[in-house]
Design a protein. Structure first.
Length: 290
């Protein structure tokens, strides 16, 4: 089994995001799927492990049927000596979400004045900022952090740590983060160090809320950019760990799933404050009324 790179040109940013979403949905396991601007337009790159390129090409063509001209789709083996992580990020433009800018090292010196730069490189953990769910969370957090003071913050399913780091940078207060994947926890801590937030971000390996650092604690802000079904399953745990009046930001939710997630949280005493939509993705901002 070896690694392959999928490449697909796109006419504009909207088309690139649509193609990337379709590719991600077509594969259960995939490396980074990124969309970025090129000299001649836009493009989507994805990285996959397979026995041969046809294992990737066939389902990708099926996923893009009716969305894009699949004749332009290519799948090529990645040379053994290529650093695919660096390559996947090399052309990506910074993403502005509210007062945050998510960028790679190559754009570190180009952050607009007044915005908070978050340097997140492409790697094994989710959260380079180019996915609409990360954008939705950071946009929602911009508004919340401008209005409220949060003293106890928990980031569930932190991935790259981008949300925890953003909150810590904006508030200068501690943030607790967790992820079920120990590699993601390691990456999140490395990113906290890169972004000057190592003294504020604590990250632990945990499934849901089951860790000694989390059990028994209550928070006034909980963020979770994971998936709809785990969110619904964990909704009683959100209630158990939410202070009265706590804010909750949820994403990783398709637009078609938003109402069912909202219903699960309403049953636990949460009310909707805001619903952000980008492409096919939703971000919910809730308030615990208990």
């Amino acid at each position: 089994m070896r690694q392959y790179q999928l490449h697909m040109p796109a006419a504009d940013a909207a088309a690139a995001e649509t193609i990337a979403d379709a590719i991600e949905a077509a594969f259960v396991e995939a490396g980074p799927v990124s969309w970025y601007e090129t000299d001649g337009g836009w493009a989507v790159d994805g990285f996959f492990f397979a026995e041969d390129g046809e294992e990737i090409l066939a389902p990708a063509r099926a996923a893009l049927a009716g969305i894009a001209d699949v004749s332009a789709l290519t799948v090529e083996p990645v040379p053994e000596d290529v650093d695919w992580v660096a390559q996947s990020l090399e052309g990506l433009s910074p993403v502005i979400a509210g007062r945050f800018v998510v960028h790679g090292a190559h754009d570190r010196d180009r952050i607009p004045r007044g915005l908070i730069g978050l340097q997140i490189e492409a790697n094994q953990a989710f959260g380079t900022g180019h996915h609409p769910t990360t954008w939705g969370c950071l946009t929602a957090l911009t508004r919340l952090l401008a209005v409220y003071r949060f003293d106890s913050v928990f980031d569930l399913g932190t991935g790259s740590g981008v949300l925890a780091i953003g909150i810590a940078r904006a508030t200068k207060r501690p943030v607790l983060a967790s992820d079920i994947d120990p590699l993601a926890v390691e990456i999140a801590l490395e990113n906290a160090e890169i972004n000057g937030a190592a003294n504020l971000v604590t990250a632990v390996t945990a499934a849901g809320f089951s860790h000694p650092a989390i059990v028994g604690r209550k928070f006034d802000l909980i963020v979770a950019n994971i998936l709809a079904d785990p969110l619904k399953m964990l909704s009683p745990e959100f209630r158990a760990h939410a202070l009265p009046g706590a804010a909750v930001v949820l994403s990783g939710i398709l637009r078609t799933q938003a109402e069912s997630v909202l219903a699960a949280f309403r049953a636990q005493g949460f009310v909707r404050e805001r619903h952000l939509v980008k492409d096919v993705w939703s971000t919910l901002v809730l308030r615990y009324a208990g």
